[in-house]
Design a protein around this ligand. Sequence first.
Ligand SMILES: C[S@@+](CC[C@H](N)C(=O)[O-])C[C@H]1O[C@@H](n2cnc3c(N)ncnc32)[C@H](O)[C@@H]1O
Length: 241
Amino acid sequence: MKTKDWFTDWFNTPYYHVLYKDRNDEEALLFMKKITTFLALPKTTHILDLPCGKGRHAVFLNSLGYKVTGGDLSENSIKYAQKFKNDTLNFSVHDMRKPFNNQYNAVFNLFTSFGYFEDDKDDILILQNIKNGLKKDGVFVFDFLNAEFVKETLVAKETKIVDGITFNITRRIKDGFILKDISFFADDQNHAYTERVKYLDANKMKAYFEKVGFTITNIFGNYNLSNFDAQTSNRLILVAK
Ligand SMILES: C[S@@+](CC[C@H](N)C(=O)[O-])C[C@H]1O[C@@H](n2cnc3c(N)ncnc32)[C@H](O)[C@@H]1O
């Protein structure tokens, strides 16, 4: 049975992982290497990867020598990630709208894991929780889509066949949200989900960060850490203290 929140359902299905299995993991890991080098994070750093999904960034960061904790709302993803756990790598189910019990040297929010909620108050609450979850001089890395670039390059209709499943995808921007309707037939059933991410451009995100008392130290526009350009960058990556 579906819940009222699309993100609780869709990210917990196996189909989400099928649709995105061709995403560029290599690029994601290179980003982790670049950002940890750029930040000169010592190996004593304890990083919270939130939300971590199935743990792809967390496992890699741990292999670089960091202590890493991964949290995610999806029980299925956490169950999968837990296969990789060790003395310095842990995973647990966590809703980022809830405060943390621990404090970390760094919190990473990666791959558009924000803007899912209707009310701006929930966005602020998450940022506040992250801020409270950081130790003194801790660093926050926020990797989000560049809304302006998405608007300019929006592909309205697309069909993707992955693992024998035909995903029919339509995209639109409506009422301040970027919507992606995904319908497909699998396991003898028709399925339909809508990903819904708030249209948060760089200015709006900067205002959010200011509101919770974060100081932005860097703004990058892609995983190579090039400077951000609102028109051409495919990512909005904010580093804050
Ligand atoms: C786009 S995925 C990215 C996951 C991971 N960062 C990655 O790159 O593979 C977004 C993740 O956010 C998680 N999520 C959605 N709402 C959440 C919430 N309220 N608290 C914690 N995690 C949440 C989903 O379960 C999903 O794994």
